[in-house]
Write a protein of this length. Structure first.
Length: 162
């Protein structure tokens, strides 16, 4: 379960940052952001333990630079939020590997993913409020929120099936 959340978080984070930068016409930088995202995904399979903190730092740096240059606030917030979720999921996976067998590993994983999902929802609601406040609401943001809600609903359905 956490592996799916980890991979989706990396993809959504990098996609959000790339979309935000593409909206402003910085297509050459978008290619670098996407290459960085592919490297982050590869680092998971290569078990580079040092990469998730670096990925979090670089993603937040991209988001902060984008916000300071008045890029679309929703995409920058989303990129930072999902980078934080990706980092958290990688840390959770490290912790789960070191837990003793007598512990309820599945329960710990399920509860942690539920908590981080609620925090992510709160961050997206805050970003949506700011988008409405500054009248930057777009159809793309609407579809993005719909997609995230569908992914969350699918996650909840998967939990109830177990």
């Amino acid at each position: 379960m956490s592996i799916i959340a980890l991979l989706l978080s990396i993809i959504i984070s990098i996609g959000s940052l790339a979309w935000g930068y593409a909206d402003t016409g910085l297509n050459s930088l978008v290619r670098w952001i996407i290459a960085f995202g592919v490297l982050w995904l590869i680092s998971h399979w290569q078990r580079w333990r040092w990469f998730p903190p670096f990925g979090l730092f670089l993603s937040i740096l991209f988001a902060v630079v984008g916000l300071s240059l008045s890029f679309p606030i929703g995409w920058m917030f989303s990129g930072a939020i999902f980078a934080l979720v990706a980092w958290d999921m990688s840390e959770l996976r490290k912790r789960l590997r070191t837990m003793p067998l007598r512990e309820d590993v599945r329960g710990v994983e399920r509860r942690h993913v539920a908590r981080i999902s609620f925090l992510t929802l709160g961050g997206l609601l805050f970003a949506s409020f700011l988008i409405l406040w500054w009248r930057q609401w777009t159809y793309e943001w609407e579809m993005f929120l719909l997609g995230v809600i569908v992914l969350g609903a699918l996650q909840i359905i998967a939990w109830f099936k177990k």
